[in-house]
Write a protein that binds this ligand. Sequence first.
Ligand code: AMP
Length: 283
Amino acid sequence: MKIISTPLEMQHAALAMKRGGRRIGFVPTMGFLHEGHLSLVKIARHHADVVVLSLFVNPTQFGPGEDLGRYPRDFERDRKLSEAAGVDVLFAPETAAMYAKDASVAVVEENLSRGLCGASRPTHFRGVVTVVSKLFNLCLPDVAVFGEKDAQQIRVIRRLVRDLNFPVEIISGPTIREPDGLAMSSRNVNLSPAERKQALCLRRALDRAEVLQRSGERDAARIRASMVEAVAMEPLATIDYIEIVDDETLEPVARTDRPTLVALAVKFSKTRLIDNAVLKPGT
Ligand code: AMP
């Protein structure tokens, strides 16, 4: 596995691979890898000749007072896991090399990124969309793989690719969970043992939504109320949002007759966890 730490070297390597006729699969991450990330590597492997995984805790997608400083990092651990997963190129740039001090260009998605996470993190998607654009320009992927765990993010990235004509295919991978149902996240290590237990309320809330949907309930307010109740049972949990939105437009819906995204964000002190499920009318 090749380790690359400068943007220019990454771009040269990607150009060389492309000239050699190799299909590049790309998995962007913020590191502290877990099975969720590694499942995306597997998918990338399946669709490409070489897999590039980036490790970059992108400061511009964190707002003031968020957990940038507490975001877990362990390069050596990530290196070993990447190598074992069959990553061909590990791209781990320094922040200073990624952003000029006087950087003045950003990429902004102006519709899908407004609600859900964008409402409580108003600069988040500007940071994500900009860094993903930069990473696409550096890694030149034919295919890039993102997790459904970040449901809004993947929809925003698909819009980015469509609207700016990036020559890359976006593929999604399902959310990988701990045996008890908690969605894997690098942030889970920041939970205290009590918070870790109570964090199951995210999955429980989604289970409630799915059970109600299966039983024929289509009233979004009633489904939402049941989810709120599941989270409110846990004293350490603070609801950031629980929303029921159209799966395509991400606009709030009153009824779940069409494919609907049920998404929630819950805070445990400074640690903010997200999870989601898609309700299909036939389920
Ligand atoms: P992150 O390092 O958290 O920014 O995530 C990097 C990529 O991994 C994103 O595309 C995420 O959606 C994806 N991802 C994070 N957690 C999971 C998970 N539990 N299952 C599948 N994909 C995930």
